[in-house]
Design a protein. Structure first.
Length: 202
């Protein structure tokens, strides 16, 4: 069944969440904030964020809440497989009210062990490029309305951009650190050369 929270309340939560996600360029912090805020907007107990490994064409678990990390740390989903893989392949939301007998489930033991019933996967995109998937689970048979999916999709779109920006920032910091390391190596080499030349001149 759908969440009983009124739409205006959810819109306010969406706006707050978008501000929170955009407030930092720290990648790890951004990923955690996306999951926390997504759970608050959707009003679900279990959320996970999977990032796309473009080379391997698989989704890899990054961060989540509601389940032990050791239950999902090694989770990988090939693009096109299961709910999240289908969302990554099509770039569209994929929802299931009751996954317990759904043939798309690839890990039935996970569903049974954690009492997962409903599922919603939303693609995280930057323009048309997929960067990952947000997956929502609940322990009841929840049917997401079009309005709920639209609100959550708006958040996912914003989250995809925030993750992309945080990645660019992290890459820029790493590049700057590498340049500084290279310059330090040059300075150390020059100091060594001067020392050797000074010794030869004595």
């Amino acid at each position: 069944m759908a969440s009983g929270r009124p739409v205006p309340t959810r819109i306010r939560a969406l706006l707050r969440a978008q501000r929170a996600v955009a407030s930092s360029l720290d990648l790890a912090g951004t990923l955690r904030t996306v999951v926390t805020e997504a759970a608050a907007i959707a009003d679900v107990p279990i959320v996970r964020l999977l990032l796309l490994d473009e080379r391997a064409q698989v989704l890899r678990f990054s961060v989540g809440m509601g389940l032990p990390d050791d239950a999902q740390r090694d989770l990988t989903i090939p693009v096109g497989t299961s709910f999240s893989g289908e969302a990554a392949r099509t770039g569209r939301a994929v929802a299931a009210t009751d996954v317990r007998s759904d043939p798309r489930v690839v890990c039935q033991a996970h569903v049974i062990d954690h009492g997962v019933i409903s599922h919603l996967s939303l693609p995280l995109k930057v323009q048309d490029a997929i960067v990952g998937v947000l997956a929502f689970n609940s322990t009841d048979a929840r049917e997401y309305t079009e309005t709920e999916i639209a609100l959550l999709s708006a958040f996912a779109e914003h989250a995809g951009i925030a993750i992309h920006n945080a990645r660019l920032h992290e890459e820029a910091l790493q590049a700057a650190s590498a340049r500084e390391g290279a310059l330090e190596d040059v300075r150390n080499h020059e100091a060594f050369v001067r020392s050797v030349l000074g010794s030869l001149a004595e």
